[in-house]
Design a protein around this ligand. Structure first.
Ligand code: C2O
Ligand code: CU
Length: 476
């Protein structure tokens, strides 16, 4: 329902910003030939109202981009330059981070570190050329708990030069809200207790801005389903009853097509997965999409609702599932520089704080640390990097989770190979910009430090980031 309406609404929203959008939709060849002229898009962050739960509930007061939840779906082409003018009509400073895009450091949206914050009433223009096709997203990097938690997030889709042969390309932006019974957002962002545990997990999960009863499908069709977890803190484990989704990309980067382990797709905050879903169910039937990540808190996200039409085709397509590779440099493991990141802090099941003695600069707001240091908030001026990598150098990072909690760790400005978990090689050539590290697990990643600048590395459970699980790397 929401996803099928999505594109039309998005198109209308984007048209306000620039005619280049319409031109590229109608005349792709012309748009590519003139790709040197950046596509112009305008985006305004402002308070608004959205019907998250539907009647009889009132609309929810939110903060949003382009007056809608989620923000307008921005569709660009790989290697096509874009100019995004962001206007801030919020009552406080903001920035936009183009999560996962390998862009110039000055366009990364970290206040204080890569740009001055955008003050209320002011604008900032981001300009970059996305080098990779895939599923990305955008969100603020200022007062993140409140701004993301009130709804500021949108999908950023970078299209392949040649379209991938599917019947439909569908995006689900999944968001988690903590609503009161009057459908208004519960106050209390940044509770210290929650920050030291799983973060602000909400009570209402929306698909493209609304609680979803069903998403319409037709038997026999092949869908590319792009999932974006735009939640503050909620980790999801999705099962598609009666279906066998194939993962073809993680965090925008193509992988070897594979079925998720036990048919259960882990999707932590900020992570994206592209699935190929062949609709092998029966016309007229419904199949649940279940999220059972948290023990005893399983719920269904939506239902795949088959219409009554006969199958689109008699046999499933066996066309290529493999997406074309992006130009991400392959790290050289033999010469790589090696570093270790110890993830520390948080509440233990027993109730005490972990590793507290080792943390420096632990204010009352710090519950977490990386290698003994707690960087809090959204980004920092004048803080020395954890380490500096020479430009072009390969780096193997070992992230050792000494805590009792899960952490989706995000590195800005780069995509990395996920090498191993507790020493066991990770299959299917998986690349990521956000990797979920289980309690007590050690995950090794590798990347080429080819993008100069100061890059944040933090947990994307927003409460964890804000309360100390953040650091910065320099590529010089
Ligand atoms: Cu998606 Cu530093 O963020
Ligand atoms: Cu975390």
């Amino acid at each position: 329902m929401h996803s099928s309406l999505g594109p039309a609404i998005n198109r209308r929203a984007l048209l306000v910003g620039g005619t280049a959008v319409a031109a590229s939709a109608l005349f792709p060849r012309i748009a590519r030939a003139t790709a040197a002229v950046p596509k112009a898009i305008e985006l305004t962050a402002a308070p608004g109202r959205a019907s998250l739960v539907g009647s009889p509930y009132p609309r929810t007061n939110v903060w949003c981009y382009g007056d809608r939840i989620p923000g307008p779906e921005i569709r660009l082409r790989q290697d096509e330059p874009v100019r995004l003018a962001v206007r801030n009509n919020l009552p406080e400073d903001t920035t936009v981070h183009w999560h996962g895009i390998r862009l110039p450091n000055a366009m990364d949206g970290v206040p204080g570190l890569t740009q001055p914050p955008i003050k209320p009433g002011e604008s900032f223009t981001y300009e970059f050329t996305p080098p990779d096709a895939g599923t990305f997203w955008y969100h603020p990097h200022a007062d993140s708990l409140q701004q993301l938690g009130r709804g500021l997030a949108g999908a950023l889709i970078i299209e392949e030069p040649e379209p991938v042969p599917v019947d439909r390309d569908v995006v689900w932006v999944l968001s988690d809200w903590r609503l009161r019974s009057d459908a208004q957002i519960a106050p209390g962002f940044g509770s210290g207790m929650e920050a030291a545990m799983s973060g602000r997990v909400g009570n209402t999960v929306t698909v493209n801005g609304g609680v979803s009863e069903e998403e319409p499908v037709r038997a026999g069709e092949r869908i590319r389903l792009r999932l974006v977890n735009a939640s503050l803190a909620r980790i999801m484990a999705l099962r598609f009853e009666g279906h066998r989704p194939i993962v073809v990309a993680t965090d925008g980067q193509p992988c070897d097509p594979h079925e998720p382990d036990n048919g259960r797709l882990l999707l932590a905050p900020a992570m994206r997965v592209d699935l190929i879903l062949d609709m092998q169910g029966e016309p007229g039937r419904r199949y649940r999409v279940v999220d059972d990540f948290y023990d005893e808190l399983s719920y269904w996200l939506t239902q795949l609702a088959y219409n009554d039409e006969p199958p689109l085709r008699a046999h499933p397509l066996d066309g290529p599932l493999r997406l074309p590779r992006n130009p991400v440099p392959e790290p050289d493991l033999t010469t790589a520089e090696r570093h270790e990141l110890r993830l520390q802090g948080g509440m233990m099941s027993g109730g005490g704080m972990m590793g507290r003695g080792g943390m420096m600069g632990m204010g009352s707001e710090a519950s977490w640390a990386i290698n003994g240091h707690s960087m809090t908030g959204d980004g920092h001026v004048g803080v020395p990097p954890l380490f500096t990598l020479r430009r072009g150098r390969s780096c193997v990072l070992s992230m050792r989770n000494e805590t009792a909690w899960w952490h989706p760790m995000h590195l800005h400005g780069h995509s990395f190979r996920v090498l191993s978990r507790n020493g066991a090689a990770v299959p299917h050539r998986q690349w990521a910009d956000t990797v979920l590290v289980r309690p007590k697990q050690t995950v090794k990643i590798a990347f080429v430090a080819d993008n100069p600048g100061d890059w944040m590395l933090h947990c994307h459970v927003t409460d964890h980031q804000a309360s100390g699980m953040m650091t910065m790397l320099r590529v010089a």
